[in-house]
Design a protein around this ligand. Sequence first.
Ligand code: ADP
Ligand code: LRH
Length: 487
Amino acid sequence: MNNHIAVDIGASSGRLVRGILQEGVLTLEELHRFSNRFIEQEDSCLWDIDYLFEQIIIGLQKAKGQGITACTLGIDTWAVDYVLVDAEGTRIQEVYAYRDRRTDKAMDEVAKHISPLTIYEKTGIQQLSFNTLYQLYVHSEEEIAQADQILLVPDYLYYRLTGRKINEVTNASSTQLLNLESRDFDDDLLDFLNIKRDQFATLTEPGVIIGPLDEALIQEYDLPDCQLICVATHDTASAVLGAPLQRDSAYISSGTWSLLGVERTQPLNSMMAMKANYTNEWGAYGTYRFLKNVMGLWLIQEVRRLMDDRCSFAELAELAHGEEGFRSLISCNDPRFLNPSNMIEEIRNACAESGQPVTETPGQLARCIFDSLALSYRTYLEELEELIESRIEVLQIVGGGANNSLLCQLTADVIGREVKAGPTESTALGNIVVQMISTGSITDINEARDIIAESFEIKSYTPRPTAHLEDILNRWKELQLSKIQHQ
Ligand code: ADP
Ligand code: LRH
């Protein structure tokens, strides 16, 4: 069968994409695309999970409309957020979005009981206020006690489609509750949260067949016969699978977040790695993603939203291109940018507070964001090289951000290495190749990456000299030093 469909839902948009492999060439065909964003309701940030489910159904109806009567299907979404389900299989609560402010103080509270070092030694996962560990810590105890199962978002979508409950392993690692030694949920952390092991399902690896699409759904909505396959359900795990990495290359999965790191076969949870707040998220096929979360294109997404989407991302990049470079810089990973009430004001305030020109126009705002992201990438790339004790020659940028040639070029210029950009749909690709490996049309991930490298355009950006780079780097360093080092 050559019908493999990826459901890939990021924090800013989702799509259903069909992958077709013909004579060693892989092509993608977009079946359905929709926007995504958390909603704000009575001071809470929530995902509209029923809307997302409906979009999957619409996408599958479109597939059927195009003559696809049978297919395999895999689902990936952003990480860490979860759904509590009762014994009847009913969702107990609204689904909190990770930018909800309820966890603002949770890391400090938890640290009074369990040291961050202990948590890091056990899990290897970086400290982020929104990790599931912290979300569950502040969640209503009553609702947690009521929960028969705790499913992460893609697990829940699989459940709605098949009636089967799993906890997929790459995403489960983002909970900060998996133990690197036992390779299962950590007993002490679960005890601390008053959660029983059986409130989570058995960990499931990418590649496992979950089961057929619910017959009642097929009948009700006139859908294709689907076999659901467990893929790497954490979108970043799928994005890295879909990145044609070479030896000596690091990656940035560039979307709402910029996830900057390397693929490894062993975790690195040393004291230095903990201090630098690098994570060891579990990947498919025995890998780990040693990476850091950089605030990413969320910054420009928010600016665009506050402009009522008047400009496209391409237009914003074009406006930024016409602006003076490195005029105003912001410390992207400052928690003030995680979910400010008004991103444009927050950026302007940060510029004013640090004595820099205030970003007035959309072009200046966009330029400030792209310049600052490129400088952040340099800082974290150098830090990464120190931690892994190895030189990175090439930075591979995948995801929607690979469309932004200004940012890719700025990155190459500032890091002084080659940047390779693409594929832009690496997450959907990573999702699809796991289905292809599972059903036998591709042998393994090495072959999959070779096919991807041959099948998709990868743009190369060579570093160009940047005027006054030393001065810019000094200004950047001063700005970082003036920040409390949360990042
Ligand atoms: P996520 O999966 O987190 O929702 P994506 O990988 O879909 O994110 O990437 C979305 C981002 O890609 C947008 O926020 C935007 O900044 C960037 N992007 C997409 N297309 C373009 C384009 N044509 N020009 C510039 N940037 C783009
Ligand atoms: C990117 C991502 C990232 C997580 C964040 C919650 O979409 O999954 O890997 O840290 O969202």
